[in-house]
Design a protein around this ligand. Sequence first.
Ligand SMILES: *[C@@H]1O[C@H](CO)[C@@H](O)[C@H](O)[C@H]1NC(C)=O
Ligand SMILES: *[C@@H]1O[C@H](CO)[C@@H](O)[C@H](O)[C@H]1NC(C)=O
Ligand SMILES: *[C@@H]1O[C@H](CO)[C@@H](O)[C@H](O)[C@H]1NC(C)=O
Ligand SMILES: *[C@@H]1O[C@H](CO)[C@@H](O)[C@H](O)[C@H]1NC(C)=O
Ligand SMILES: *[C@@H]1O[C@H](CO)[C@@H](O)[C@H](O)[C@H]1NC(C)=O
Ligand SMILES: *[C@@H]1O[C@H](CO)[C@@H](O)[C@H](O)[C@H]1NC(C)=O
Ligand SMILES: *[C@@H]1O[C@H](CO)[C@@H](O)[C@H](O)[C@H]1NC(C)=O
Length: 670
Amino acid sequence: MASESAPCRLLRSFTLCLSLLFVFLAGSVRAEITVYQANNQAAFTTSLAPGATYSGVAAYNPTTLSPPPLPMPSVLTTIPINLQNSGTPNLGIKQKGSFIGFSIEMSVTNQVLGKNSTLIQVPFLNLMANIQQRAGSVMIRVGGNTQESAKLVADGVIPNGRVLTKNLTGVTGTTQTPPLEFNRDLLYMMRNISGLVNVHWFLGIPWFVTTPFNTGIITAADEILGDYLLGLQAGNEPDMYNLHGHRGSTYSPSDYGGEMSDLLTQVAASGADPSGRAMSLLVAPNIADFAWTPELVWNSGLVDKFANNLAYLAVEKYPRSNCAAMFGGPGATVIDPQSVLPLYLTHDAHTQLLAPYLNSTMYAQSVGKPFLMFETNTKASCGGFLGVSDSFTAALWGLDYALQMAHSNFSGAMFHLGGQNVFYNPFTSPPTNESTFHQWSVGPLYYSALVMAEAIGPSNNTQVFNHGVTDLSSFTPIYGIYENGTPVRVAVFNYLDDPSGANTVHAVISIAGATMPSSVKVKYLAAASVVQKGGYTWAGQTFGGFFESDGRPTGQEDIQTVQCDTTAQTCTVDVPAPGFALVFLTDDAFTESKGAASVTFPMTAQTKTRNTATVDPSVLSTSNGYRMADHELAGTSKAPSAAPRGVRASLITVGVIGVTTVLAILGRAM
Ligand SMILES: *[C@@H]1O[C@H](CO)[C@@H](O)[C@H](O)[C@H]1NC(C)=O
Ligand SMILES: *[C@@H]1O[C@H](CO)[C@@H](O)[C@H](O)[C@H]1NC(C)=O
Ligand SMILES: *[C@@H]1O[C@H](CO)[C@@H](O)[C@H](O)[C@H]1NC(C)=O
Ligand SMILES: *[C@@H]1O[C@H](CO)[C@@H](O)[C@H](O)[C@H]1NC(C)=O
Ligand SMILES: *[C@@H]1O[C@H](CO)[C@@H](O)[C@H](O)[C@H]1NC(C)=O
Ligand SMILES: *[C@@H]1O[C@H](CO)[C@@H](O)[C@H](O)[C@H]1NC(C)=O
Ligand SMILES: *[C@@H]1O[C@H](CO)[C@@H](O)[C@H](O)[C@H]1NC(C)=O
C-alpha cells in the first residue's frame, strides 16, 4: 500500500477520505466545467410521454422496436462443438486484444476526449482503462469526414482554451460536415491521455486540397504523439471524392497514387517530417467500397510503389445507407428500422459484408501489411437505425462482427463515434448544459469492444476461428479462440429472442486429443431482449442506461462455473435467447483474460457546488471496476463492508489531470 495517500492512510475511511478530498479539491483546484461552443452540442429532451413523438437528440431517443418473430421451423439448439487440441486447419492470423478500437469523428473530439490538454473527460479515461486492462492497449482513430478540411491553426487563435472550432460559414454536403480548425493542444490532449491509459492513435492527412497539401498535422502529430502515433490516413474514402465534388469523374486509384507521390515530394521539400517516421506510417486506401474495389487499388501498384511508406492497408464499410432518414432529400427512401432489425440478428450479415475483403486480407498477408477496418458501425453512413443501433441487437452484432473480422484476417477495426445526433455511438457524453447532473451513456458497441478485448486477451498470439457445424443456423454462430494452436476459449451466440427458454442454446463442447476439465468458467453478455436499450450486463456488471455511467462497470461480477461430464468428455454450456457466452476452457485462459491491474478514475472531483447528484453506492463499492476484487491493489471491493452507504458526491464530466491522478492513487490505496 505504498501508494496510499497520507490523509487516507490516517483516516482509514473511504467516506471521510472522500469528504477530505472534496475539501482539498475545492480549496486547491479551480472549479472547472466543460464549456463547449453551443453549436457543437445538441439539445436534450427527457422522457417520452405516452403517444408522444420524440423530438430531441438522436443519441438519447428512448423508442424501442419489437423483437423479430422466431424462425419456423425451429433451428438447431443442441449444438455439438467438436474442437481439436492441435492441428486445426486454416486458423486466422495472430491477433491483439486491442483488435476493436474506436474511430472518433474529429469534430466531436471535444465532446469525447475532453476540453483541452488539461481538462480530460474522466468517463472516457475509465472506458479506455477497462479495455486496456484486458487488452494491454487501445487503438483510437481521430478523423472521418471532418479531417479532410481540418486546419491546424496557431496557438491562441481559437478562444477560451478550446482545441477546435467549426467554421459554420461553409457547411455543405450530405453529412453537413462543417470545416474544422484545431490547434496543437488537441494533440497534447491525446498525448496526455496516452500517458494515463495507453491509447495509441491514428490521425488523418487532409486530402481535399493537394496543391499544396496542408502538412501541419504531420509534423505536429509525430512531434507530440511520438510512439503513440500508429498511423496517418492518406485521405478518407477517396473513392467518394468524385461523388462529393472533390475530384473529377475520371479520378482513379492511379491518380490517388500520384497524389501520394506529390505528398512525399512536398513533405521532403518542406522538411515537414524531419525524422522520416511519419511518412512511414501512412494508411491507405481507406476506400468506402463505393466507386473502387480494393482489387482496383492493389492492381494499380500502390502497395509496391509505397511499400516503405505504408504501415497499414485499410477500408471503411457500413452495412447500409440510412441518410434519407436523417437528411431527407430528393428521391430519398427512408428505411424503416423495424424492417432492418432482423438483418442485424444473423451471422450471415457478417459473412456477406466481409466476403468481398477476403481476397484483400490474403493479399495483405502476402505483402506483409496489417489490414484494418478503419471506420464501421451498425449505421449506414449517416445516423444509424433507431432501436437497432442503440439496442442489445447491436451488442451481439458488433461482437459477432469483431470475431468474424478476426477470423477473416483483418488486424483490427474501429467502431465509429459521431456525436450526439446519431444513434450508433459506443459511448456518448451528455449535452454540456446537463453535464453537472447527467453522466455518460454507454452504448451496445462498447460492450462488444469490451468483450472482444477479453475474448482475445493480451498475449498477441490469439487466433480466432468461426466453426462450421452441420445444420447450424445463422442465429447461433460459434467461434473457437486459440493460443499457439490450442483452443483456450469458446464464444457462443444466440441471436434469437425467446423468453420461454425453448430456444436456449446448449453448446456441447468437446476437444479431441485433450481431457476435458471437470468444470469450465463462463461469462455472459446478457439482456432480457434484443430490443432492450441500456442495462446490458457483461458477467453481471453494467454501465446502466442513458446518462448513468461514469465509465466504470457497476454491480457484482458474476462468473458462472459449469460442471462438465467427465464420462462423456463434454462440457455443456447454455446460452439464453438472446445472449452470448464466453467459455474459458482452462484456468490459464481465464487468468490471462483477467488482465493487468487497472487504474480507474473515480468521478469524485468537484466542479460545481450546486446541482450535485447522488452516486449509486454500488458504483463506489466497486470503484476499481472490473475484477479488481481479486487484485492485490483492490479498492473498496476488498472490504465490501466498508463500502459507503449513500455517500453524496458531486459529479463532474471533466477531470483535471493532476486531480485524477491523485484520485487514481486514492482509489488504489483503499
Ligand atoms: C439544455 O439546452 C437545451 C437547448 O438549449 C434546452 O432545450 C434544455 O432545456 C437545456 N437543459 C437544461 C437542463 O437547461
Ligand atoms: C486467414 O489466413 C490464413 C493464413 O493465411 C488462411 O489459412 C485462412 O484461410 C484465412 N481465412 C480466411 C477466412 O480467409
Ligand atoms: C483548458 O481550459 C481551461 C478552462 O477554460 C483553461 O483554464 C485552461 O487554460 C485550458 N488549458 C489549455 C492548455 O488551454
Ligand atoms: C469560414 O469559412 C468561410 C467560407 O469558407 C471563409 O470565408 C472564412 O474566412 C472562414 N472563417 C474563418 C474564421 O476561418
Ligand atoms: C498535459 O499537457 C500539457 C500541455 O498543455 C502539459 O504541460 C502537461 O504536462 C501534460 N500533462 C500530463 C499529465 O502529461
Ligand atoms: C485478388 O486480388 C488480386 C490482387 O489484387 C487480384 O489480382 C485478383 O484478381 C483478386 N482475385 C479475385 C477473385 O478478386
Ligand atoms: C503485444 O504487442 C505490443 C505492441 O504492439 C507490445 O507492446 C506488448 O508488449 C505485446 N505483449 C506481449 C504479451 O508480448
